[in-house]
Design a protein around this ligand. Structure first.
Ligand code: SF4
Length: 250
């Protein structure tokens, strides 16, 4: 009876961690211990993923901005299938600003949400062509105000387009993996970003989200994390809970 209750509670906590309601219990971990753990984790990621490149294909920062808009709710592979024809037809912001919405929608249709994406791409191109000499400004505070942007997109453009990371890009994978690792207790991307920035030195702000994204896609899946084969399971406070419920999981 007692063990059933315990099993039920474990299952509930596991479910909560998976759905990001309850963070793993890290009450006993001090900040220096957490920082040391986080650095060990990045070392293992570095050994696994090396120095990762941006998975989106682009030739200019402006093309990157368009690709990032297209990547919302869409895989990078799909975006990379669509952008060659789009950028052949409209290679710069001046020509993209003059594109008709129906033609844009047709070119980006397979990335989903194409009505909104086409409008945002057209508006972005028009603003850049009119106010910024058809270039993306190298200014995070301006980038977050442009159509289709926000902190996530502005961070990607600054880090992958300009080689400077003023913050940490937070997407759904970053949020989930950071939560399971006990690096944040929040689901709010701005808070998650702040927590990661406090934990990690600036030198890793660019690669950290790429590591977490690759790890989230490869191993720490939303529904069924593969803790049994996870390269950082010894350093992850959620591993025991997931493994307790699925001991044979890969
Ligand atoms: S052990 Fe690995 S796969 Fe499992 S929750 Fe932790 S990071 Fe995710």
């Amino acid at each position: 009876m007692k063990s059933n209750k315990l099993g039920g509670r474990r299952a509930k906590v596991k479910e909560d961690i998976a759905s990001k309601k309850t963070p793993p219990n890290l009450d006993v971990e001090t900040l220096p211990d957490k920082k040391a753990r986080s650095l060990k984790i990045t070392s293992l990621f570095q050994a696994r993923y090396g120095t990762p490149e941006c998975p989106l294909t682009f030739r200019t920062v402006e093309q990157l901005a368009v690709a990032v808009i297209l990547s919302a709710q869409c895989t990078d592979a799909r975006v990379n299938q669509v952008t060659p024809a789009l950028f052949d037809r409209f290679p710069d912001m001046v020509r993209l600003a003059e594109a008709s919405l129906p033609e844009l929608e047709k070119l980006i249709f397979s990335t989903g949400f194409y009505h909104n994406k086409a409008k945002n791409i057209q508006k972005l191109a028009q603003i850049l062509a009119r106010d910024y000499n058809a270039k993306n400004p190298k200014d995070f505070d301006v980038l977050v105000t442009l159509p289709g942007k926000g902190r996530k997109t502005a961070n990607v453009i600054m880090s992958e387009g300009f080689g400077e990371a003023p913050g940490v890009t937070v997407d759904t994978h970053v949020k989930r993996v950071a939560f399971r690792l006990g690096f944040t207790q929040s689901e709010n991307p701005t808070v998650v970003e702040r927590d990661l920035m406090a934990l990690y030195p600036k030198s890793v702000w660019r690669v950290l989200p790429l590591y977490l994204i690759f790890h989230g896609r490869e191993t720490c899946h939303a529904r069924k994390p593969q803790c049994g084969v996870c390269i950082i399971k010894e350093l992850c406070p959620s591993a025991k809970l997931f493994l307790a419920e699925s001991p044979a999981s890969p």
